[in-house]
Design a protein around this ligand. Sequence first.
Ligand code: SAM
Length: 272
Amino acid sequence: MTLDIHSGPRAKKSLGQNFLHDKNIANRIVDELDIGPCDKVIEIGPGPGALTHLIHARKPAWFAILEKDFHWATEHRRNPPAGAPDMQVVLTDALLFPWENLAPGQRWKVIGNLPYNVASPLMWDILSRATGLVRAVFMIQKEVADRIVATPHGKQYGALSVWLQSFCVPKRLFIVPPSVFKPRPKVDSAVVRFTPLPLEERDFDAAALSWLLKACFQQRRKQIQTILKGYLGKDMESVFAEANVQSTARPENLTPKQFQILATTMKNWIPA
Ligand code: SAM
């Protein structure tokens, strides 16, 4: 059972509240998480609960919802779904959640129809810090989904594509039209499934990669040598040679792997 959208306050734009009211689409999204009896599931932003009761009905081992809106968190505390597992309701900003606590050894899964205004920073944090994550499914703006799955050499390829593809394999599953939300957003949405890469494939310096991506994609039309010469000085050619990167390349021409190697090489060359 979903809580009544009309019984609550007006949808809050500041919290990215566009509530889904299509049960078939809600079921398709939850199906993609492939919930099993050993899974520990976290839902971000349940709102009135279009996904929440469907997740609970699939009986994960443990289930928590993170909601920033006092009204909807309170409603879920008052009207929890019946039966096991007990649903933990956490009134919080998901951006402040300690995602690194989702450590290996447990089957962590995260799902959400994400608030569009914070979707990118949320995915940036969750997919890089939750090392025990086995799957995530998010509904986001279609345009952001396209950037996440973009490949080198195109306009949509950027820091978000490189960063997320360094930690997982994203797959855009299906498009969701504005007509199934209240209120209607102005743009299409898309559902994306993220499958984390094995931890042994993440053998790069994440802090260095994050820094490098921000530095490079702020000036994406410039050559790598122009962007980085102030940082590398006389060591620049040696660093590029070690990372096997052409100094005349532009950020959008480098693969995630090249960025990872360049970041780690730079970190090793520049004294702490
Ligand atoms: N899951 C519901 C659905 O599919 O209809 C609501 C989705 S609505 C797009 C986004 C939800 O995220 C809202 O309930 C909103 O209050 C909540 N939210 C917004 N910012 C948040 C944040 N920083 N942390 C946790 N929840 C947040």
